[in-house]
Write a new protein. Sequence first.
Length: 291
Amino acid sequence: MIKTLIVGDLHINEHSIPELTAIFEKDILFIEAHRFIQLGDWFDKNTPSPAELKFSAELVLKLKKHYKEVIILSGTGEHDVLRGTSVVEHLESIGVKVIKGDFIEGTDLFCGHFMMYESNLAFGTGKMGIGDLAKYDKVFLGHQHSPQEIVKNNMYHVGSVRYVSFNEVNDKKHVVVLEDGKMSFIALKNSIPMLDVTDVSQLEQIDARTKVRVIFNSFDDYKKNASYVNKIGKKFFLFKVKMNFEQSKIIDMGSKKLDGIINKSNIIKDYIEKIEDAEVRKILEDQFKDN
């Protein structure tokens, strides 16, 4: 079997371009192989922007200089298919082999983009089980961003090359090199790390090149620290706020007291509207929408 480099989901969007540039130029393009296989979700959406298309084309040209064959799976309809056509198909015109579905090489290699019944994050969306793919010597899947060894030395979710959502906060990002049936996992050192923070005093010490989510476990904690958190949050590559608290009882908000069970969203909206700093208020409104 020829030497193959197997890479997971990219989810190219404009915000991710600097990070993906560093991952490929500092981590991936130094890996020697004859063939490059990307496991789907090349783009983050099926209507990529001009900047995303430009980055994608330039990346493919770099890959073609390093690898004799470049293969991209078309992924899933929600990310790359629009009215029956995959947005990655245009890359065929510059020498990419676009696979609509699974890439299969005899019984030696199976590459796909889906959840198995046994995938950690399938939640009932699995397409097939271990028995369905048992005849293949090696199985590599995209779609699940968290790496997973489904069957030892046999079936794997490779995982995304970058931290896409905070569900991945504890993951280790890597790619796979396959040669003569033997695998090696190569760590990606330039994937921007992701952290969950519950103690806002830690934010000063965290490097700006980090994706940070602050988790508030009570409304009082949120109210006390929201303005500071959203100002310091500007320094990070990505910054989110999670409001991890439920309905509240009897909260004194200025001149009026709200009795009984109060909807959390109404309380937060009321608080945000009282913030005088327009910039901070806008940031909080955007974070609240995300939650």
